[in-house]
Design a protein around this ligand. Structure first.
Ligand SMILES: Cc1cc2nc3c(=O)[nH]c(=O)nc-3n(C[C@H](O)[C@H](O)[C@H](O)COP(=O)(O)OP(=O)(O)OC[C@H]3O[C@@H](n4cnc5c(N)ncnc54)[C@H](O)[C@@H]3O)c2cc1C
Ligand code: SF4
Length: 494
């Protein structure tokens, strides 16, 4: 036997994966080392395995010879494949993250094909970045709109504006609840995977089942259609809102399918633009959704490859604390955190504002060590991939990159959560208070954070107003605020 083997990685499950063209056979490797490396959310391990096995079955139906291997590691899987099939060439599509690419490069004799499952190649992003003082997402996004000809009316942005954020950031009227999300039906592969995971006794946490996430291209497309029909119209105005017990709100919850390669981002963009052109969804929702996809998602991926960050090398705010135990247990009097952690354990998902303004904000204000934050986000979420982490966790959430992505930290007090959610009304803490044991931890920690980081942030002109406000607080009150911040830290870590 000889010929060409196409090796498909677990996040490259696209039938348009270019390495499949002309391949004599396909190799897919389930690596036990990867599964065991860290305590992942169980639902994440489940989804990955079901998606990989389902993809292999689809390829076999398409007529490919498929070598599906369960091995100790990716390298061991490749070695076993070579022994059995002796291919002349083994080719894999360039992995989406640096770490994975290094791992593949260490396996001798594997050809790495150019190209990704993104809309912007790493070279295109590097060209865009070249010579710019600041890599501002909004200007990248506008260039993407022009380059990809998305939501354009000739040379002008559709609807007369590039960005409709001002019309968004609202909370839904009282009593409004989001439509029910699409749910796939489990099959034989789910049962097998669940049995295998039980047998492997992996270090995992969170609930597994029923599977909530699409594991095939067909399921992903159904999920996309349901999103466009039911939720896209409300996506814009309510994308920053949080409601108790509502995990998905009007969000797409398509990131796992996109990150696995099951959905092509342009397919999602075209479906949303069609809804706008046909009058089924307003411009502020469609523009907001498309900005996330051709703007944020591509920017975050491009920044990952540009930054070349090594672990432990970015900690601009010198943050060294451990993560609070409540992020795993959900056991805290903070209603917002308890609700979001409970949801995370059940679904492996939280929407963007929960990730940024609850989890990220808490880590930032407490001063948690950035690499620990990064591990927590990667392991806990259904869509956690290495390439997503740099810009989102080290940039946006914790400001560990010192301003590479944001011009200032996303720090907020309990008043923000109160404005954007219904959590505070039922919380034992008071979002408006910043001293005393009833004070909202976010509110005390916010001022403590500013005071603690004055040397590092005081010169940032975008923080000027915050520091003016801090300076209006009298010495005794600031001492009381900082005492409350200390007790809040103790409560969270108990
Ligand atoms: C601290 C933090 C951690 C995050 N971790 C992840 C992660 O592990 N994996 C992940 O895919 N996204 C991550 N994000 C980005 C974003 O929050 C998720 O992509 C989004 O919540 C996924 O849910 P959704 O599909 O309902 O997204 P929607 O809000 O409906 O957005 C639509 C799509 O846009 C893309 N998108 C939007 N914002 C971003 C962004 N900032 N970065 C990358 N893609 C984006 C996603 O593909 C998403 O599916 C993180 C953001 C923050 C602030
Ligand atoms: S009062 Fe503070 S802790 Fe309680 S729900 Fe509101 S923001 Fe969260």
């Amino acid at each position: 036997m000889a010929g060409l083997t196409a090796w498909v990685l677990g996040d490259q499950l696209s039938h348009d994966n270019p390495v499949l063209d002309g391949a004599d056979r396909v190799l897919v490797v389930e690596s036990a080392a990867r599964l065991r490396s860290r305590p992942h959310h169980r639902q994440r391990a489940h989804l990955y395995l079901v998606a990989m096995r389902s993809f292999a079955a689809e390829l076999a139906e398409r007529g490919f010879e498929v070598d599906y291997r369960r091995a100790d590691s990716l390298a061991a899987g490749v070695r076993a494949h070579r022994r059995r099939h002796r291919p002349d060439r083994l080719v894999v599509l360039s992995p989406s993250s640096r770490g994975a690419r290094r791992g593949v490069e260490r396996i001798a004799g594997v050809d790495i094909a150019d190209g990704t499952l993104f809309l912007t190649s790493t070279e295109q992003f590097a060209q865009w970045a070249e010579g710019r003082k600041r890599l501002v997402m909004e200007s990248f996004y506008r260039d993407q709109r022009r380059r990809l000809d998305v939501l354009m009316d000739g040379d002008d942005p559709a609807g007369g504006s590039w960005n409709f954020d001002a019309a968004n950031r609202r909370t839904p009227p009282r009593g409004t609840r989001p439509p029910k999300p699409y749910r796939p039906r489990e099959n034989r592969i789910d049962s097998e995977v669940r049995r295998d995971l039980d047998r492997m006794r992996l270090p995992s946490y969170g609930c597994d089942g029923p599977r909530l996430w699409p594991a095939t291209g067909e399921q992903a497309r159904r999920s996309l259609r349901r999103f466009v029909a039911d939720r896209l119209p409300g996506f814009g105005p309510w994308q920053d809102a949080m409601l108790q017990g509502e995990r998905f709100m009007w969000h797409a919850h398509l990131s796992p399918a996109l990150n696995l390669g099951l959905l092509d981002p342009m397919e999602c963009v075209e479906a949303a633009e069609r809804a706008y052109r046909e009058g089924d969804a307003p411009i502020e929702s469609v523009e907001g959704f498309i900005r996330q996809l051709i703007g944020w998602r591509e920017y975050v991926h491009g920044m990952h490859w540009l930054s070349g960050r090594e672990r432990g090398r970015r900690n601009a705010l010198r943050a060294h604390r451990d993560l609070p135990a409540a992020l795993w247990s959900g056991e805290t009097g903070m209603r917002c955190i308890a609700d979001a952690v409970g949801g995370l354990r059940a679904t492996a998902y939280a929407h963007h504002i929960e990730r940024l303004m609850l989890f990220g904000n808490l880590m930032l204000l407490l001063g948690c060590e950035p690499d620990a934050c990064l591990d927590w986000f990667r392991d806990s979420f259904i869509d956690g991939n290495e390439w997503v982490m740099d810009a989102n966790v080290l940039g946006m959430a914790t400001y560990a990159d010192g301003g590479g992505v944001m011009t200032k930290p996303y720090a907020a007090s309990g008043r923000y959560v109160d404005r954007m959610s219904d959590h505070c009304a039922e919380c034992r803490y008071d979002p408006k208070a910043r001293t005393g044991e009833d004070a909202c931890p976010f509110s005390a920690l916010y001022w403590d954070f500013l005071a603690r980081n004055r040397k590092r942030l005081g010169d940032n002109h975008r923080m000027a107003l915050a520091y003016e406000n801090l300076d209006r607080i009298g010495g005794d009150e600031l001492a009381a605020i900082r005492a409350r911040a200390r007790s809040a830290r103790r409560e969270l870590s108990a």
